[in-house]
Unconditional design. Structure first.
Length: 281
């Protein structure tokens, strides 16, 4: 755990120096009747993996794993203090090595949740978020499954604050626990985010997004052929996004997300092209 704390603090310092601004996200809730929509095309590629000690190595048999997916993410303000959120994926995943090639397409896991604003004032915004993940739209018996085939439940605390006038920006911190009800281990998850306007037309954000396994899996071996869905794994990613405001309601975003460190999982990178839409803004 010590090495993860040291690495997290180092990246946090880098994020703070990277950027700051007024593009709020995270802990903030949508006003009643307001909504946010994001359509993204993501391409993930990995030919390396993290071993039990966190060291990088090539996948066995010159293996490579790719995941091309389309994602729709939305938020809707049920009340000023309560926001509904949902995330939906359509995936095309493939694993290939020297001896075989396996591919699967279809709907992935679906996330549904609620974010409740506990407090908003000079000290910032404090929120509580509950989320459930359901695997109802795919077959977890596929040779290369689209997910781990079981329900997850997550409770997360979020804190957001404008850094103005000290720094022209905002920060967002998140910490939560995810219960994975069958064989996989539970997870502690945390996120550090800094966001910024870059003039009138451009904006940027950077996130350190990390998962730490609780090492309480009920099975000793992974049955899945999907290297991103192992039973017990740690993973930290850096998400860097630059956006362009096409109109007051439309934004175009380019995003790069490499894996920084981890254990027992694939080591890859994701490129994302997304359109965000905020009607009535």
């Amino acid at each position: 755990m010590k090495k993860y704390i040291i690495k997290s603090l180092s990246v946090l310092v880098g994020l703070t120096l990277f950027t700051a601004g007024t593009v709020f996200a995270g802990a903030w809730t949508q006003e009643k009747g307001a909504s946010y929509h994001r359509f993204a095309a993501n391409y993930y590629d990995a030919d390396e993996e993290f071993d039990n000690d966190g060291d990088s190595r090539g996948m066995a048999l010159n293996g490579e794993f790719t995941d091309f997916n389309l994602n729709y993410y939305m938020e809707y303000g049920l009340f000023d203090q309560l926001t509904f959120l949902g995330s939906f994926y359509y995936k095309d995943i493939e694993r290939e090595d020297d001896y075989m090639k396996t591919e699967t397409q279809g709907m992935g896991d679906v996330d549904l949740g609620l974010r409740y604003r506990l407090y908003s004032g000079d000290a910032g915004v404090f929120s509580l978020q509950g989320l459930t993940k359901t695997p109802q739209f795919y077959d977890d018996d596929d040779a290369l499954p689209l997910g781990n085939g079981q329900n997850d439940y997550e409770l997360k605390f979020l804190y957001g604050r404008s850094l103005w006038p000290f720094i022209p920006g905002y920060m967002n911190l998140e910490a939560g626990y995810r219960w994975r009800v069958e064989e996989p281990s539970d997870e502690f998850r945390y996120l550090v985010e800094i966001g910024s306007d870059l003039g009138k037309l451009f904006y940027a954000r950077a996130k350190l997004d990390a998962i730490v396994s609780m090492d309480n899996a009920d099975a000793g071996m992974d049955k899945s052929g999907n290297p991103t869905n192992t039973l017990e794994y740690d993973l930290a990613k850096l998400d860097v996004t630059v956006g362009y405001r096409m109109t007051k309601t439309l934004g175009l975003e380019l995003e790069y997300t490499p894996a920084l460190w981890g254990e027992n999982t694939a080591k890859g990178e994701t490129w994302t092209l997304a359109i965000s839409f905020q009607p009535g803004k």
